[in-house]
Design a protein around this ligand. Structure first.
Ligand SMILES: Cc1ncc(COP(=O)(O)O)c(C=O)c1O
Length: 465
């Protein structure tokens, strides 16, 4: 057997063992960074090492140093697992090693990306003219959409920002809810708007933007304006009133961008799509595939109702770059040039699940979230959000107690939930985003969380003691 096949077989064996045993292991990484560093941080050798040995070292490190995000009881951040077909397709992507930048570099990557873009448009209910780019994640999707917005709103005011930059340009007002994801501010920083110059619109107790407040704010805004709304608050899962915001933005000539890193997929479920009403009226959308679509890292998607602006903001030209006028070149819609053919696992997932399979994945996660909320409330703990999607926020008492509980849960290892601060209070955040989670995992996790919480609260000094 060739060395290549030996290595691929070894990788398959190690990956298979890893994934088959993941439901039964502690969810938090068994080894801490110090232990891993002691094993892995060696002086770079002069002569190198046999590849089989290096692969063996990595396989062992993977057993020790990874968090079981591919397992059924990881509820941290908003982390999708990877569906088996997505993982397998991603292996093919690595084996093919196609540069997905240009059609001439890989007809396969170009065609699959094109087809996948069409399916994503259909699922989200936007028109066939919308342009689509596959980027590394939600942050880059927001960045790309906001770059297209900057291009479009400034051109309408006679300014070519791609050529002339921002110095001397008409001032663009960027408006976002108080609860906008921090990547909106990061994108604002990268695009030269400045994160501190975002006009912050008040939000309600679920984190939804106040449409009246936006209306008032836009009344006093002259010149180009971009509004960043949200479909799925990273804590509560709540949606801004997108339809209303679209109406207001349309009236005031403001660009409406919707950041729906995970929540946007609600549009693909008959039971959830009411939450996303109005997204087709937006000017741009951002979402992730590596979250709720359950493809491996990394993959985000940006969609734009103004393909010309999208392309102009991203396209780069060079004399040696050969393009064809009739084929779509993927690099024209993303900030990168050379790039992974990252739409291929998305193609595999959507073709495997179909529309009803995707809806079932989304709705099952939401059902699990509701069960978490119900079980924890029955246990006497306080649910802090309306559980409209896959996110649950829970308090176990005062902030210190809540923090001790979620750290205890992480330490216990049955499941993994992260901490957050919601409306000034510490909370534990449960995000159900993986295809792998079943009813039994939710019950096992509920029981573990309840036990830890009772232990922590039992240790608390009695009032007045
Ligand atoms: C609403 C929202 N926007 C943007 C992001 C950033 O996405 P990514 O981490 O894929 O860049 C997230 C991540 O959780 C999110 O929830």
């Amino acid at each position: 057997m060739s060395v290549r096949n030996v290595l691929l077989d070894e990788a398959r064996k190690a990956a298979g063992e890893y994934l088959e045993s993941i439901a039964h292991r502690r969810v938090a990484a068994p080894a801490a960074a110090d232990t891993l560093r002691a094993e892995l941080s060696i002086p770079l050798s002069e002569a190198g090492e046999p590849p089989e040995g290096v692969l063996g070292v990595l396989a062992q490190a993977g057993r020790l140093g990874t968090t079981a995000t591919q397992g059924p009881r990881y509820f941290g951040f908003v982390t999708g697992g990877s569906l088996p077909v997505a993982t397998a397709a991603d292996w093919l992507v690595s084996a093919w090693d196609q540069n997905g930048a240009l059609h001439v570099m890989s007809p396969l990557s170009a065609v699959l990306e094109d087809v996948t873009a069409g399916w994503v448009r259909t699922l989200l209910g936007v028109g066939p003219k919308w342009s689509v780019g596959f980027v590394t994640g939600g942050h880059m999707a927001n960045f790309t959409a906001m770059a297209a917005a900057r291009r479009h709103v400034l051109l309408r005011h006679g300014w070519d920002v791609e050529k002339d930059g921002l110095a001397g340009a008409p001032e663009v007002t960027l408006l976002a809810g108080q609860e906008a994801h921090y990547t909106i501010a990061t994108a604002a920083r990268l695009l030269g708007f400045g994160s501190e110059r975002i006009v912050r619109i008040p939000t309600d107790n679920q984190g939804r933007m106040d449409a009246d407040a936006l209306y008032q704010s836009l009344q006093t805004t002259n010149g180009p304006a971009i509004v960043c709304a949200q479909a799925g608050n990273v804590n509560s899962g709540a949606f801004d009133p997108i339809d209303q915001l679209a109406e207001i933005c349309g009236e005031r000539g403001a660009w409406l961008h919707v950041d729906g890193a995970f929540g946007l997929w609600a549009a693909a479920s008959p039971a959830l799509q009411h939450l996303a009403t109005g997204i087709a009226r937006a000017d741009s959308l951002a979402t992730d595939a590596h979250k709720w679509l359950n493809v491996p890292y990394d993959c985000g998607v940006v969609l734009c109702a103004h393909p010309e602006a999208h392309r102009s903001a991203m396209t780069m030209e060079a004399s040696y770059i050969e393009t064809t006028s009739f084929e779509r070149d993927a690099h024209a819609y993303v900030p990168e040039e050379s790039r992974r053919a990252r739409a291929i696992p998305v193609y595999a997932v959507l073709r495997t699940l179909g529309k009803s399979g995707l809806a079932a994945l989304l709705e099952t996660c939401c059902r699990h979230a509701r069960r978490f909320a119900e079980g924890l409330a029955e246990g006497g703990f306080e649910i802090l959000n309306d559980v409209v999607l896959n996110q649950v926020l829970v308090s176990f008492g005062d902030d210190d107690t809540t923090r001790r509980v979620f750290r205890g849960v992480q330490e216990d290892g049955t499941c993994w939930c992260g901490g957050t601060t919601w409306k000034g209070r510490a909370a534990m955040r449960i995000s159900v985003s993986s295809w792998a989670t079943g009813d039994e995992d939710v019950e096992l996790s509920l029981s573990a969380i309840t036990t830890v919480a009772r232990q922590v609260r039992g240790r608390e000094p009695a009032p007045g003691a």
